[in-house]
Structure formats: structure tokens, C-alpha cells
Design a protein around this ligand. Structure first.
Ligand code: IPE
Ligand code: IPE
Ligand code: MG
Ligand code: MG
Ligand code: MG
Length: 294
């Protein structure tokens, strides 16, 4: 049986190394320093790990996949830098360190986020050229752009801000999390699948797996904001309550939210059933993201 903690640590090391090599060396230090600061602050690397794990599950172990994985992580890290800005969630701590804007100021933090988002798409293009996988890279770009854009993560972030102080229905909350968090998690999984020439049947199953994982991930993020530990999390707790955010615990209570997370975990596992490959890594990742403390 796979030692999932060791697997995740190994992948984190490889992803961190690849991230360190992805930043341009011909750009002004002020913006590069801020980009590097937020990228190197740490983070679980869940999304790039999913990209790599899906590819591996489908039999693709190309080292160039780490370029794609970096692209996914850059979109995510950019979203965190902007999410923490005073005009958004106004947070001082991220990945155990002061947030990007607390160190570099709002203007540089905004630009560092913009630069990470842009660099992500440059990396996807480079992946296509290096691997002679232009068609796959095109599809991946389209998936990532849709997931990060106004009909995806940005749309979710807007709805999240609009919902502050209101009492949304479960349906509205599910839409907010599907967009702000679920869309990029799904695109991370699909990127690995497309890069590995997955069949339509495989894409369908992996997409359902990713959707359940994405939903579960935000439910647990909300639970941890209520009852997690600031040291473990590396970000403030109680922030959602203070800003009267629309969250699962606010709507369902902590116990109800935990029941929902477990149900979503079961759904993620069931979604993998049609696949005829070794599903251990993907199953274990789903378990880790539901039963986590950070
Ligand atoms: C936090 O994401 C933001 C959400 C989308 C809920 P993660 O919990 O994956 O943050 P890092 O990357 O580990 O810091
Ligand atoms: C963040 O959701 C979602 C994105 C960054 C797109 P949250 O605002 O709940 O994330 P945390 O709790 O600050 O990490
Ligand atoms: Mg937010
Ligand atoms: Mg936030
Ligand atoms: Mg949160």
C-alpha cells in the first residue's frame, strides 16, 4: 500500500524545485521578489499534485508535466495573493507568513498576482512546445482560462464578496464554492488528464472525482476556519465569522458540515469506479483533503 504522506512530500519537493526554476530572470526584482515570496512561502501544493497524480494514474510519467503543475500552482498562488488584499478578505497571514501585500504593499502584490497568472499561460505554451503536444496544450489553456476566469474562480470570488453579511441558501453557497474553489481543482485534474491523452470516459470520471474533491475541499476549508489551529493552518482562524462570510458551518453547523464532507469523499471515490487503472493515489489524495488539519 502506498505511503501517501511520503508520496505527497516527495511531490511537494519536486514541485517546489520546478517552481524555483520557472520565474523569469529578466524581470524587475521588485515584482519577482514578491512572486517568489508567495510561491516559496509554502502551501500544500494540492492542485499541482493532482495534475501529476492524474497523469501518473493514466500511465504518464513525463518530467515535463511539472511545467504544467507549476502553471496550476501559479494560478492558485495568484488567487491567494489577491484574496488576501485589503479590498477582499483583508488578511495578514498566509502560509505561515505575512501576506504578500503586508510585505510588498498593495500595488506590488496586485502586480505580482497578475504576473503569476500571466506566467501560468506562458508555461502551458512551453509545455506544448517541449512535448510537441500543441493540441493538448491548447485544450489545457482553454480549461485553465475558463476555470480561472469570470465564469469560474473570479465569478466565485465576486459572489463570495457579494454574499458577505447575507444568508445564502445551500444552493447559492454551493455555487460560490464550485466557482471560487471547485473550478480550479477540476481544471488541475483535467490538465493532467488531457496531457495524458485521456479518453472521454476517463475525462468524465475524473471530472466527477474532481468536482466532489473541490466541494469537499471548500467545506473543510470553512470548517478549519471555525475550529482549526492558526499554527497548523498558517492563516488566521475566525476570519469568516468576523467578515460574516457565507460558509458551510454558518449554514449547516460544524457537525452538518463534517457529514457533508464525508458524503463528498464517498462521492469522489465512487466517481473513480469506471476507471480501470490503479486508483490508490487518487483515492488517498481525496481522503487526505477531507481529513486534514491544514
Ligand atoms: C486555500 O487553498 C484557498 C482555497 C481555495 C480554499 P489551500 O488550502 O490549498 O492553500 P495552500 O496552497 O495550501 O496554501
Ligand atoms: C479563497 O477562498 C478562494 C480563492 C482564493 C479563489 P477563501 O477566502 O475561503 O480562502 P482562505 O480561507 O482565505 O484561504
Ligand atoms: Mg475569500
Ligand atoms: Mg480568504
Ligand atoms: Mg476560507
Amino acid at each position: 500500500m502506498i505511503d501517501i504522506d511520503r508520496y505527497l512530500e516527495n511531490e511537494q519537493v519536486k514541485i517546489n524545485e520546478a517552481l524555483g526554476n520557472c520565474l523569469p530572470d529578466n524581470a524587475p526584482a521588485a515584482v519577482i521578489n514578491a512572486m517568489r515570496y508567495s510561491l516559496e512561502a509554502g502551501g500544500k501544493r494540492l492542485r499541482p499534485i493532482l495534475t501529476i497524480a492524474v497523469a501518473k494514474t493514466l500511465g504518464n510519467v513525463s518530467e515535463n508535466l511539472y511545467t504544467l503543475a507549476c502553471a496550476v500552482e501559479m494560478i492558485h498562488t495568484y488567487s491567494l495573493i489577491h484574496d488576501d488584499l485589503p479590498a477582499m478578505d483583508n488578511s495578514d497571514l498566509r502560509r505561515g507568513k505575512p501576506t504578500c501585500h503586508r510585505i510588498y504593499g498593495d500595488a506590488v502584490a496586485i502586480l505580482a498576482g497578475d504576473a503569476l497568472l500571466t506566467l501560468a499561460f506562458q508555461l502551458v505554451s512551453q509545455f506544448g512546445m517541449r512535448e510537441e503536444r500543441a493540441v493538448q496544450a491548447n485544450r489545457i489553456s482553454a480549461e485553465l482560462a475558463a476555470a480561472a476566469g469570470a465564469a469560474g474562480m473570479i465569478g466565485g470570488q465576486i459572489l463570495d464578496l457579494e454574499a458577505e453579511g447575507s444568508d445564502p441558501t445551500l444552493e447559492q453557497l454551493e455555487l460560490i464554492s464550485a466557482l471560487k474553489t471547485g473550478a480550479l481543482i477540476r481544471a488541475s485534474v483535467l490538465s493532467g488528464a488531457i496531457a495524458s491523452n485521456a479518453s472521454d470516459r476517463e475525462i468524465k470520471a475524473l471530472s466527477a472525482y474532481a468536482e466532489s474533491c473541490g466541494k469537499a475541499f471548500q467545506v473543510v476549508d470553512d470548517i478549519l476556519d471555525y475550529e482549526g489551529n492558526r499554527e497548523d493552518l498558517g492563516k488566521p482562524t475566525g476570519a469568516d465569522l468576523a467578515r460574516r462570510k457565507a460558509t458551510y458551518p454558518a449554514l449547516l453547523g460544524i457537525d452538518g458540515s463534517r457529514v457533508l464532507a464525508e458524503k463528498l469523499y464517498d462521492e469522489a471515490i465512487n466517481a473513480l469506479a469506471p476507471l480501470s487503472c490503479n486508483l490508490e493515489i487518487l483515492s488517498e489524495i481525496a481522503r487526505k483533503l477531507v481529513y486534514r488539519v491544514n
